[in-house]
Write a protein that binds this ligand. Structure first.
Ligand SMILES: Nc1ncnc2c1ncn2[C@@H]1O[C@H](COP(=O)(O)OP(=O)(O)O)[C@@H](O)[C@H]1O
Ligand SMILES: [Mg+2]
Length: 427
């Protein structure tokens, strides 16, 4: 005789939607605020799969950053929701729940990835992926689902532009992946009193990150991220095609063995459209001149940072002369300002910029990432960290300073001295 057993879980509308959506996709990334019910949802999704699967010996797994964490949060939950099922067996040391139909759900702490090596899984949840080692998915989980073509869902709250962010960004454009972001202002799952309490404990940036799912707000030491987010909210990051009615200015950052990059900007009235950017390394200036020619834009200025004046050791020619000889004309040199003034200029400049979301993505990523390190001992922030993001940021700062300090419209050669003998006093 069949007996109906009801699990003591009734999904909230958001959870219900996730259960439905995830059954249509092999992979999912669910970004959600704290206390949104992510862990509860994850556990119950696994329970649902374990009970309704048509696979033999279904294997479900859940990973959290640490074993202590997963035991505290999810182990009790699993037992609470499955206790009503007759014949359930729980192994406390292995954090393993065995179902009477042969299905199994096991919990793992990601600080000890080896404990999960050599297993196979039909479905895996990664809870708070932002706090896990970024090799977790490619090295441990992905191989473990290969045999049975298992699925994976990542759930978590943003924690800066880390591996979870990269994963989410890649997933957004991949049709095999389901993605969703739920902010507390949208879900209304936490009551106002509770939110007020949280606001009191958190800085505005922390609140933006934890409750409004901002990837950038709380990057401690971030230099441009907040400003990029502001223009993103104003919808300044969209498709911005080249407008043949306006000229293009090219802004460079120069390195020899290091990276070198170019930003292509059209000034339209008081706005600046960043239509394109390019980056490469270990190439001479002739390579970049070629890239510029191939773009076939209508160019106005080629603006270099002050270091173009340095002499090129091998040829004896300055880079400026070399650029000129390659047809990059007119070459203009941006005045040198102290770094902090350049940063300030770029922060102001950002509000006047519109970015092409595709062509200028590498530049946008660099702007979001560029940051200072917190120096614990001195309790201050360092100078901007020199890393992959510095090159585009340097050329962006060149653009900001140049548009502020130079007359870019002026294509006439400057008159350097008066050349007549007229004496205005008539003496
Ligand atoms: N469907 C539900 N029904 C009742 N309570 C729920 C439900 N989903 C979540 N909760 C409760 O909401 C709180 C937060 O859930 P949790 O899954 O820990 O959130 P998160 O992992 O997003 O921080 C917990 O107290 C949990 O018991
Ligand atoms: Mg949780």
């Amino acid at each position: 005789m069949e007996k109906l057993i009801s699990i003591p879980y009734s999904p909230r509308p958001q959870q219900e939607e996730l259960h439905n959506q995830l059954s249509k996709y092999r992979f999912g990334v669910c970004v959600m605020h704290r206390r949104g019910g992510k862990s509860t949802f994850g556990v119950n999704h696994l329970v649902k799969l374990a009970l309704t699967t048509d696979r033999d010996n279904f294997r479900g797994a859940m990973f959290a950053p640490t074993r202590v964490q997963i035991k505290l949060i999810s182990w009790d939950m699993i037992k609470q929701y499955t206790r009503v099922i007759p014949g359930m067996k729980y192994n406390e040391t292995e954090l393993r729940a065995d179902f009477p139909n042969g299905s199994r759900i096991q919990l793992f702490g990601a600080e000890n990835p080896d404990s999960a090596r050599g297993q196979f899984f039909d479905y895996v949840f990664c809870d708070e992926y932002a706090q896990m080692d970024e090799r977790m998915f490619p090295e441990i989980i992905r191989p473990a689902i290969a045999d049975r073509k298992g699925g994976v869902c990542f759930i978590g709250t943003p924690n800066g532009m880390d591996a979870f962010y990269d994963l989410y960004e890649k997933a957004k454009v991949d049709p095999e992946w389901f993605t969703v972001t739920w902010k507390v202002s949208e879900t209304k799952l936490v009551d106002d009193h509770e939110l007020d309490q949280m606001r009191k404990l958190m800085t505005p940036d922390q609140y933006e990150q934890e409750m409004e799912c901002s990837w950038m707000a709380n990057r401690s030491g971030a230099i441009f991220a907040k400003f990029v987010q502001e223009i993103e909210e104003k919808k300044h990051i969209t498709r911005i095609p080249y407008d043949p009615g306006y000229p293009v200015d090219c802004y460079f950052d120069l390195g020899i063995s290091d990276k070198c990059c170019i930003i292509f900007i059209q000034q339209i009235g008081r706005s600046f459209n960043i239509i394109d950017c390019y980056q490469n390394n270990n190439e001479g200036l002739d390579h970049y001149a070629q890239v510029i020619r191939e773009r076939d834009y209508f160019y106005r200025n080629f603006i270099f940072p002050h270091d173009i004046e340095t002499r090129e050791m091998s040829t004896g020619k300055s880079r400026k002369e070399y650029a000129y000889s390659l047809g990059l004309r007119p070459v203009k040199v941006c005045p040198k300002l102290p770094k902090e003034d350049q940063i300030h200029a770029a922060q102001l400049f950002l509000s006047k910029c519109w970015f092409d979301s595709d062509n200028s993505k590498p530049l946008l990523d660099s702007l979001k990432w560029y940051h200072r390190k917190y120096l614990d001992k001195q309790r201050t922030y360092s100078k901007p960290v020199h890393d992959w993001s510095s090159h585009f940021c340097d050329s962006f700062m060149t653009a900001a300073v140049a548009t502020q300090e130079m007359d870019l419209n002026d294509s006439r050669p400057k008159q350097f001295s008066a050349d007549n003998n007229y004496n205005p006093l008539g003496a």
